[in-house]
Ligand binder design. Structure first.
Ligand code: 5AD
Ligand code: SF4
Length: 499
């Protein structure tokens, strides 16, 4: 049985793609391994959103150049956004790559892997069984779009879900691609046009996942609230889809979705979130910036006033909603005053957290052609840290307000805070960003578990590892910027007393 090593970089969409690809290849007799050094087939599922993500893949590919000389049968594949963005130019830098497959062509991957393996086995000399499947720009034409849509649907439909999988959390794609063309972003070029999946197929997939033990399903789309499907005169909006899943799969305790676009989020969709108790009141709705001139240069299609109006509207419907955002700092021509408006919107919206990125010019985008990357790296770093501090203060305030409350937690496993603490006796220095100033001390006589609330807050508490995948009530006893600490509520009497 050939051994397969598949490593994933980037977003949840890539995580799901890898899962689907792995399930197909496993079905064809490839045996997954965590050790890339002993693998016969090595595949990198790549991300192109920032340069940093690509650099990691370049260095992995560099490692394989020598190995391929000594191991003629080795098959090397690059799939995902970087494959699509680089195209066949990648072979000039790395001629030892056998497979190049863009995210919109992944249904073809099993055949490509098979062909490359057969070609490479035909000789004891190093060979490259080159297989290429890229979408190119033609796919935005309506005739090819329909074909692409049908072929890709087969990949999602091929998902092999077995009752033994024991997957408590799962992703389900509802939309592929993006039509927004924000000027800094590669996604519309790498993932292609927005394509929506038929509601019946989505519901069936959620149903199967729940039958095999899923307790939380996250629907995925780049601009998920744009979901719209029409067939035989029947129209399904995003709000309709939420209601339909909620009704058709009543034994799913948690349904969530990412990522929302700040415009075109209808009242009906907010009402669905409010009225369906099993839909988590959580939104990831990237603002990207707080200044109207920069938002315009980014081609975001809304003003900061409109963004604020959306936040207000969401909170009018659900005062307890938890909202997360993304920001890009150091966009070309950004001034200090304009940057300050990012701090203002974080304070206004009181986000649960923000993912903050330094602008990274990406080949092929409008921004790289139109603007000089003129904000110096040191300024980008300062603004990045300052925004992390502003968000960190809001996180600390939000989290402190949780002390004494009882929350439902989905247990994800052992807390990394504690496993890292075990390695150093000096207490835990949490990772980068707004985690950087914190340290935690916990008693270690029982396992420290980590889980998430319905609002996506991280909770650490003591318990047995066998609780992984379960939904539990936890009373919050302490709070830090990024983490809540609590105690499991064992009995209903204690639950009442604690709240
Ligand atoms: N530079 C920096 N950040 C980017 N993002 C997308 N493109 C870029 C870029 N060129 C960020 C956006 C997006 C998140 C997934 O990545 O904030 O929401
Ligand atoms: Fe990229 Fe903008 Fe589409 Fe998001 S909405 S994937 S940032 S182009």
């Amino acid at each position: 049985m050939p051994k397969l090593y598949l490593e994933t970089f980037g977003c949840q969409m890539n995580v799901l793609d890898s899962e689907l690809v792995l399930s197909q290849l496993r079905g064809q007799g490839y045996e997954p391994t965590d050790d890339r050094h002993s693998a016969d087939v090595i595949i990198y599922n790549t991300c192109s959103v920032r340069e940093h993500a690509e650099q990691k893949v370049w260095s992995r590919l560099g490692e394989l150049r020598e190995r391929k000389k000594n191991e003629p049968h080795l098959v090397v594949g690059v799939i995902g956004c970087m494959a699509e963005r680089e195209g066949t130019d990648i072979f000039r830098r790395h001629p030892h790559i056998d497979i190049l497959c863009g995210p919109a062509e992944l249904d073809k991957l099993p055949a490509m892997v098979h062909n490359a393996c057969v070609t490479n086995r035909q000789s004891d000399q190093p060979r490259v069984g080159r297989q290429v499947a890229l979408m190119g720009q033609s796919v935005r034409r309506s005739s090819t779009l329909q074909v692409a849509r049908d072929e890709l649907e087969m990949l999602d439909l091929s998902r092999a879900i077995s009752p033994g999988d024991q997957m408590s959390q799962a992703y389900v794609r509802i939309t592929r691609g993006c039509n927004k063309f924000c000027t800094y972003c590669v996604v519309p070029y790498t993932r292609g046009p927005e394509v929506h999946r038929p509601p019946g197929n989505i519901i069936e997939e959620v149903r199967k996942l729940v039958d095999s033990g899923a307790k939380e399903v996250t629907l995925l789309g780049q601009t998920i609230n744009h979901y719209f499907f029409e067939q035989n005169g029947r129209r399904t909006t995003f709000a309709d889809l939420l209601y339909q899943i909620h009704e058709a799969v009543p034994d799913l305790p948690r349904l969530r979705f990412v990522t929302s676009f700040p415009r075109d989020f209808t009242d009906e969709a907010l009402q669905a979130m409010r009225d369906c108790p099993r839909i988590c009141r959580y939104l990831h709705v990237p603002a990207q910036h707080g200044n109207n001139r920069i938002l315009k240069l980014m081609n975001r299609g809304y003003t900061i006033e409109q963004y604020r109006e959306f936040i207000d509207r969401a909170r009018d419907y659900m005062p307890d909603i938890s909202i997360a955002s993304d920001f890009i700092v150091g966009f070309p021509t950004e001034t200090d005053e304009e940057f300050e408006q990012c701090c203002d919107i974080i304070r206004y919206a009181r986000f649960k957290n923000s993912f903050i990125f330094k602008y990274s010019p990406r080949p092929g985008t409008v921004a790289i052609d139109r603007f000089d990357d003129d904000v110096p790296e040191t300024v980008k770093r300062e603004r990045n840290n300052r925004l992390l501090d502003v968000q960190g203060e809001i996180c600390a305030q939000n989290n402190r307000a949780m002390i004494g409350k009882t929350v439902e937690v989905m247990v994800e496993g052992e807390s990394k805070l504690v496993s890292r603490r075990a390695k150093s006796n000096t207490g835990v220095e949490l990772g980068a960003g707004f985690q950087r100033k914190q340290s935690v001390s916990l008693s270690t006589n029982q396992t420290q578990l980590v889980g998430r609330t319905r609002g996506d807050q991280v909770v650490v508490f003591e318990g047995d590892l066998s609780l992984k995948g379960q939904l539990l009530d936890v009373v919050i006893t302490d709070a830090q910027q990024m983490t809540l600490f609590g105690k499991r509520v064992e009995s209903p009497a204690e639950l009442v007393g604690a709240s």
